[in-house]
Design a protein around this ligand. Structure first.
Ligand code: NAD
Length: 496
């Protein structure tokens, strides 16, 4: 069986660890390959390669760095079908969804191609007599990226194009569940002209993550994953003096006001609830229906669900499998819990007929009504194709519910009332808001990130925040001397 190697200093490397993990094809339920689980010394080797490459890359002109990113953009665009096929094989998401993931990552590469403009400093002439002040931004050094299983291409692409364009070198630790896309991208970066050592990939689990968090040679960590691990990464990484941004989990609510177009709402709820089998941090997992719309809306959602096809992502189905058998079983367990807690399972995704092999990790789209907010079905991030409905009596009750959540990643309001939408946008304690848009993932030139337990640290991903995160600013105060500047004065410098 093939064992996937690390990518260190421009080539594949087996490293020193003997530990491996299985990588499944979730639609077939088989182990397709194994991946190495890096040791502390494997991480150190990658950091050494990145450290050695950093000074040369940081000195490389903006024009040349921009050209490499531009080449990478062209190659990625031309060959996106290849990486989409890898995503479908290892993650399970259907081909059209995999292509969507690559497209959203490509947007960030396009943003990073504009790096000369983004790195421009400020300049103030004659702030004091004969004195000018200006600022520059410089790269941090070696930056670490740790990514989750659900977007094996897009989440690394949220970070590394901007980090590299800004002059940093990178050590990426992708999810061990679907690691091949990161190696594919590493090879593409090399083809695009990136010098060896600027981009490295070390596979692994907690051991490799801890090695990154503790390493004195790593300047920053960009993490995306579940909330408990995000909190841990933030605390351990900052304890060793690193700059850390740690994006966590989510439970995204869609608030439906009685004046909304219920056909549009039902389409949106189904698309945002079951796309990628609900394994998206921006999935809608709770519909908050302001009465009296719940019964009619549930009917419309149910009708649409009956037309969904589930199966192997290469066969043109709407929805693929879940990532592992264990995760599938955990998600299915919430259906029993829902019944115990007094909710009503309207559509049960267990035992669904699939267009795929019997051993795949299948769970069909599931709809649960009257979910008590005290139930773990409501409170937990389930991360599967399970859509809950909570009925409320008013807009205020809906907003109060959303704001009480520990998460604040995304949310959406569906209404034709502009005033209500404007109030919602101002009152809701969530980082990304959709107004009649169910998955409001910002475009690449706005930054991505939630509030509360959905983001630890104060920097969001990509966009302007990323340019700040991956650089340090210097402010320079400059005076070209002439004899009039002489004299002794021990007072604090001030303008004159
Ligand atoms: P995860 O937290 O299990 O894993 C994320 C990364 O952390 C992986 O690289 C993994 O190897 C590593 N890791 C796992 N356990 C660890 C431990 N004990 N110590 C150190 N490192 C550890 O998350 P996942 O299951 O891969 O991804 C799904 C989660 O990611 C969901 O909670 C989802 O909401 C979240 N997510 C959030 C965003 C966002 O932007 N906020 C985006 C995508 C996914």
């Amino acid at each position: 069986m093939e064992t996937l190697d690390h990518w260190i200093n421009g080539r594949l490397s087996a490293g020193t660890s003997t530990r491996t993990a299985p990588v499944y094809n979730p639609a077939r339920g088989i182990v397709a390959r194994e991946v190495r689980l890096g040791s502390v010394s494997d991480v150190e080797e990658a950091i050494s390669a990145a450290t050695a490459a950093f000074p040369g890359w940081a000195e490389t002109s903006l024009a040349k760095r921009q050209q490499v990113l531009f080449n990478f953009r062209e190659l990625l665009n031309a060959r996106k079908d290849e990486v989409a096929a890898i995503l479908t094989a290892e993650h399970g998401k259907v081909t059209s969804d995999a292509l969507g993931e690559v497209q959203r990552g490509l947007e960030v590469v396009e943003f990073a191609v504009g790096i000369p403009h983004l790195l421009k400093g400020e300049y103030s002439e004659n702030v004091s007599t004969g004195v000018d002040v200006y600022s520059t931004r410089q790269p941090l050094g070696v930056v670490g990226i740790i990514s989750p299983f659900n977007f094996p291409a897009m989440v690394p692409l949220w970070f590394f194009p901007i980090a590299i364009a800004a002059g940093n070198s990178v050590v990426l630790k992708p999810s061990e569940k679907d690691p091949s896309a990161s190696i594919w991208m590493a090879q593409l970066l090399q083809e695009a002209g990136l010098p060896d050592g600027v981009f490295n990939v070390v596979h692994g689990d907690k051991e490799a993550v801890d090695a990154i968090l503790d390493a004195p040679g790593i300047a920053s960590v960009s993490f995306v994953g579940s909330t408990p691990i995000a909190r841990y990464v933030y605390e351990r990484g900052t304890a060793t003096g690193k700059r850390v941004q740690a994006l966590g989990g989510a439970k995204n609510h869609m608030l439906v006001l009685p004046d909304a177009d219920l056909d549009l709402v039902a389409d949106s709820a189904v698309n945002a609830g079951f796309g990628s089998a609900g394994e998206r941090c921006m999935a809608i997992s709770v519909v908050v229906a302001v009465e009296p719309v719940a019964d009619e809306l549930i009917g419309k959602i149910k009708d649409r669900m009956s037309g969904l096809t589930v199966g192997d992502g290469t066969r043109g189905c709407d929805m693929g499998p879940l990532i592992t058998r264990e995760h599938r079983d955990k998600v299915a367990g919430y259906l029993d819990l829902a019944v115990e807690d007094g909710a009503e399972v309207v559509v049960d995704g267990r035992g669904i007929e699939v267009d795929g092999e019997a051993d795949g990790f299948w769970l069909g789209p599931t709809l649960i009504d009257k979910v008590p907010t005290s139930s773990k079905v409501y409170g937990d991030e389930i991360f599967g194709p399970v859509l809950s409905v909570v009925r409320v009596e008013s807009y205020d009750d809906g907003v109060a519910l959303i704001n009480a959540s520990q998460y604040g990643n995304g949310t959406a309001i569906f209404t034709n009332d502009g005033g209500a939408a404007r109030r919602f946008q101002r009152e809701v304690t969530v980082g990304m808001i959709g107004i009649n848009v169910p998955i409001p993932v910002p475009v690449a030139y706005y930054s991505f990130g939630g509030w509360k337990n959905s983001l630890f640290g104060d920097s969001k991903a990509y966009g302007p925040d990323a340019v700040h995160f991956f650089t340090r600013q210097k402010a320079i105060t400059s005076r070209w001397l002439d004899p009039s500047h002489g004299g002794i004065n021990l007072g604090f410098p001030r303008s004159h």
